[in-house]
Design a protein around this ligand. Structure first.
Ligand code: ATP
Ligand code: MG
Length: 478
């Protein structure tokens, strides 16, 4: 019986002859396959092997397209998880240990001997870290010319995907996620490691609401290969860069991670990055010079003191910023409560066919990631793309207006651009209602006015009536 699929499946080593025979026997006995058929229907055989749990759907698809190698060293690839700036991420099982892991494939362009040495050094350092809020690094290996990193598999999604799929988090959810991330970072900082690439995509969130920081130390490795033609795309991270990473990248301290975590918190509650629109260069300049829109412009439920924490994390001068991750934890604790389920859906997968294992050239398709620099998409209940671009235009045009509107400044002026009626434009009722939040409370005006008017009217009237009554009494008594 002829079958391309059967041959490839056997060659992959994932399926034995006995398992194939059993599957064919089952297809025949169930009537799906005639006893005299010469060609074996590949899709039926694949479906049966998936049904029996012998292959995963990803493996079956890959084998059907003729691939026979579905491992990287001792790691059997079971699923495609996603594509990041570094390369593709797969779910895998260790052939012997059976442990579920995530395998990150390094782009070939980054795999120069020097970069790989550097990378291995980072992994050794990372491997010393052991904290529930840090993704654990298990192993690093090489298969042919493909270098890969093996880390703890974290079910669920990441903060970027979470916000993109369900809109901004509540204050409590965001506080809980960022507080946990700060705990993980504190552990790393105490051991002399700086993350350098803290951003929503690098905070993984399990369905139970447990947050884990991933890709610690990889930014250093990624920055090695300056000649990489993809470098321009990787600066999607410009949305979370600290001013000192831009000005003096060789002299940064862990305070830089606090700034990026502040931007991440901003994104989590606003559904927008602090400086949407523009090029990476524009964003870098704005991180150094401008203040972002007040978070309550996008999320009216935020408490003023909570907004202060964001602002204190995003201070441009590291000397004025919250200095340590443990202080971030302390400041967020009152808002966080216990970690609670927030990822309603498990990992959001691409609707497209999953790509093959390594070797294939690293996809250039980072559109998905780059859109994130504006932080919003219609599905999240935020503005439409045209409104987003209006917002971004408004934010550029009204930078100085905001600074001039002192009566509407937030508690700590200058760090977060205030919500002003002038800046909101005319079309948004949500924004116009927000514009009053930082003004003198309007509720006091009617009360004062009513009292003043009452007194102004009542006093002369009562005087007049009193005088009238006195005159009448005087007249009657005469
Ligand atoms: N340890 C892990 N367990 C489960 N999923 C993961 C793990 N690490 C990454 N992912 C998922 O894989 C996808 C790609 O991740 P990756 O870290 O490569 O990219 P990114 O963080 O989005 O962007 P960048 O590479 O620019 O940091 C994301 O959807 C992420 O949620
Ligand atoms: Mg990442």
């Amino acid at each position: 019986m002829r079958s391309m699929f059967r041959n490839s499946a056997l060659l992959s080593g994932l399926v034995t002859q006995d398992q194939v025979d059993e599957a064919i026997a089952h297809l025949r006995s169930s009537g799906s396959l005639s006893a005299t058929a010469v060609e074996l229907d590949d899709s039926l055989l694949a479906a049966r092997l998936v049904e029996k749990g012998i292959l995963t759907p990803y493996q079956a698809d890959q084998i059907r397209s003729g691939r026979t190698k579905l491992n990287l060293g001792p790691y059997i690839i079971t699923e495609w998880i996603g594509q990041g700036g570094m390369g593709q991420v797969f779910k895998a099982l260790h052939q012997v240990m059976g442990r579920e892991s995530a395998v990150k494939v390094l782009p070939l362009t980054k795999s120069t001997p020097e970069a790989v040495n550097n990378f291995n050094r980072e992994i050794r350092t990372q491997a010393q870290l052991d904290h529930p809020n840090l993704v654990r690094a298990y192993d690093a290996g090489r298969d042919g010319n493909v270098h890969y990193l093996v880390v703890e598999y974290v079910p669920g999604t990441d903060l970027r995907r979470l916000v993109r799929s369900q809109g901004p988090l509540t204050q409590q959810q965001a506080a809980s996620v960022i507080l946990q991330a700060a705990r993980g970072l504190e552990h790393a900082h105490q051991r002399g490691l700086i993350h350098r690439d803290v951003k929503p995509g690098n905070i993984l969130v399990t369905p139970k609401g447990i947050a884990k920081v991933s890709d610690l130390g990889l930014a250093g490795f990624m920055n090695e290969a300056e000649a990489d033609p993809r470098a321009g795309k990787i600066v999607g991270t410009a949305d979370y860069l600290s001013p000192e990473q831009i000005r003096t990248p060789t002299e940064i301290t862990h305070a830089s991670d606090i700034y990026s975590l502040g931007c991440t918190l901003y994104y989590a509650v606003c559904g927008k990055v602090p400086f949407p629109g523009g090029t990476a260069r524009d964003k870098a300049r704005r991180h150094c010079e401008e203040t972002p829109w007040h978070p309550r412009r996008f999320n009216l439920d935020l408490h003023e003191e909570f907004v202060d924490v964001i602002a204190d994390m995003m201070e441009k001068d590291p000397r004025n910023r919250i200095p340590t991750a443990s202080e971030v934890v302390a400041r967020l604790e009152q808002w966080a409560g216990d970690a609670s389920p927030i990822a309603a859906r498990s990992a959001i997968r691409s609707p497209w066919t999953a790509p093959p294992l390594p070797a294939a050239p690293d996809g250039e398709d980072r559109a998905d990631n780059l859109q994130d620099t504006d932080g919003g998409e219609p599905s999240s209940g935020l503005e439409s793309p045209s409104q987003i671009s209006q917002l971004s235009q408004a934010s550029q045009q009204t930078a100085s207006q905001g600074a001039a509107s002192q009566e509407t400044l937030p508690a700590k002026p200058g760090r977060i651009r205030p919500v002003t009626a002038g800046a909101t434009g005319s079309g948004s009722s949500a924004l116009s209602s927000a514009s009053g939040i930082f003004s003198t409370p309007i509720s006091k005006w009617p009360t004062t006015t009513v009292v003043a008017v009452t007194l102004a009217v009542a006093v002369p009237v009562s005087m007049f009536v009193g005088a009238l009554v006195a005159s009448v009494l005087f007249y009657l008594m005469r």
